[in-house]
Write a protein that binds this ligand. Structure first.
Ligand SMILES: Cc1ncc(COP(=O)(O)O)c(C=O)c1O
Length: 379
């Protein structure tokens, strides 16, 4: 039995995932957190910190920065100065801060869709335009590099490319040649790149992540990277992420854009991040195996169902399932009626798709999949 097989009742914890369907017999498989306990060393580090009863303001947590720096070099052969690492209460606030910092009035952000909704919301929040690049299943969810080139060479006024690397919701990993091409065209057009790498520690099947900024000095000079321990170690409620910005000018502009509005990272968030990145590698490796098996099980069931299709996710614990052939008016409500709480593709600008979170114990997954099958069989 795996530690990830343990079923934990989250209903009394004000979890957004579970509160959405409170009082209903619906298994929530929508928002991106997992139903697994945080690793024991993380829980212990938090408890140890709480043994000290004073929870005042913190200085910059240098031991945490040190651990992040080591994580980047040991996992990604990416050597960065400590000053390049900034803590943030979340990647979503950091995405908004990046738009505020780097996109001038009247200018726009390029985003490949389907995408994580805050990529589209952050420009809107600053009244900046979005230039969409379209990815398709027919093209294997490849990054639409030709569209990016066209958009950057046309009169679209792009200041920033926002990249989900690896990609939520489609679960695709960008390889080095593609990263080089993206960096090259952004260099030519003098566009800043915001590389959201929050899922980068969740590559399946022994794939290796390459941080975009690590591929060359030129890429590093125009890239702001966001990562966190929150998805990997299931710590999203603790509000701690980090930005890596090697170019001091970009870093200063980014920091200025957050001045007065960006909160400090909370004590337990950086304590947990430090423990996760320094003491939990075996937990993470076991998790990846478990997730890959869950992913395989989802694909096996989906591929057997008439009208559904899926491309095997290469990363994340999110399955992006094509249900267009079912011609459902409202996929969310349809599956919820059968007791399965998925995220509707429209939210990601992928109508006709559903996103199913398989970061849960196998028994929960099996029950969710049984409900998926019952729903589809009812048609
Ligand atoms: C690509 C991506 N970025 C950011 C986030 C959320 O980041 P945070 O919780 O740190 O704001 C998510 C969560 O699903 C995500 O998928």
């Amino acid at each position: 039995m795996s530690v990830f097989d343990r079923v934990i009742d989250r209903r009394a914890t004000i979890s957004s995932k579970w509160e959405k369907y409170a009082g209903q017999d619906v298994i929530p498989m929508w928002v991106a957190d997992m139903d697994f306990a945080a690793p024991q060393p993380v829980l212990q580090a938090i408890q140890e910190r709480l043994a000290h009863p004073v929870l005042g303001y913190n200085a910059r947590p240098l031991p945490t920065i040190d651990v992040i720096q080591h994580w980047l070099s040991s996992h990604y052969q990416w050597s960065v100065d400590a000053e390049a690492i900034l803590l943030s209460p979340g990647v979503v606030p950091a995405l908004n801060q990046a738009v505020r910092a780097f996109v001038r009035p009247g200018r726009a952000v390029a985003v490949a869709v389907p995408t994580y909704p805050p990529f589209l919301q952050a420009p809107l929040n600053m009244s900046r335009d979005v230039q969409r690049l379209t990815m398709t299943a027919a093209n294997d969810w490849s990054f639409p590099i030709d569209q990016l080139k066209a958009v950057l060479s046309g009169k679209h006024n792009i200041d920033l490319l926002m990249l989900s690397h690896p990609m939520n919701p489609v679960g695709k990993v960008l390889d080095r040649p593609m990263l080089e091409e993206i960096a090259r065209v952004c260099e030519q057009a003098n566009v800043v790149i915001c590389s959201d790498e929050i899922h980068c520690d969740l590559l399946l099947d022994a794939r290796r992540h390459t941080p975009l900024a690590s591929i060359s000095a030129e890429a590093a000079a125009r890239t702001v990277t966001f990562q966190a321990a929150s998805k990997t170690f299931n710590l999203a409620g603790l509000g701690c992420a980090y930005a890596v910005i090697e170019n001091p000018t970009l870093r200063e502009t980014f920091e200025q854009a957050g001045a007065g509005i960006m909160a400090h990272v909370n004590t337990l968030g950086f304590v947990a991040t430090q423990a996760a990145l320094s003491e939990c590698e075996s937990w993470r490796l076991e998790l990846l195996d478990y997730l890959a098996e869950n992913r395989d099980r989802v694909c096996e069931v989906v591929e057997r169902l008439a009208g559904l299709s899926i491309q095997r996710p290469q990363a994340t614990y999110l399955a992006w399932i094509d249900v267009r052939e079912l011609a459902l008016d409202n996929p969310h409500d349809f599956f919820a009626e059968y007791g399965l709480g998925i995220a509707a593709g429209e939210e990601y600008e992928g109508p006709g798709y559903i996103r199913l979170n398989f970061g849960c114990p196998r028994s929960t997954l099996e029950e969710g999949l049984a409900r998926l099958v019952r729903a589809v069989d009812s048609l």
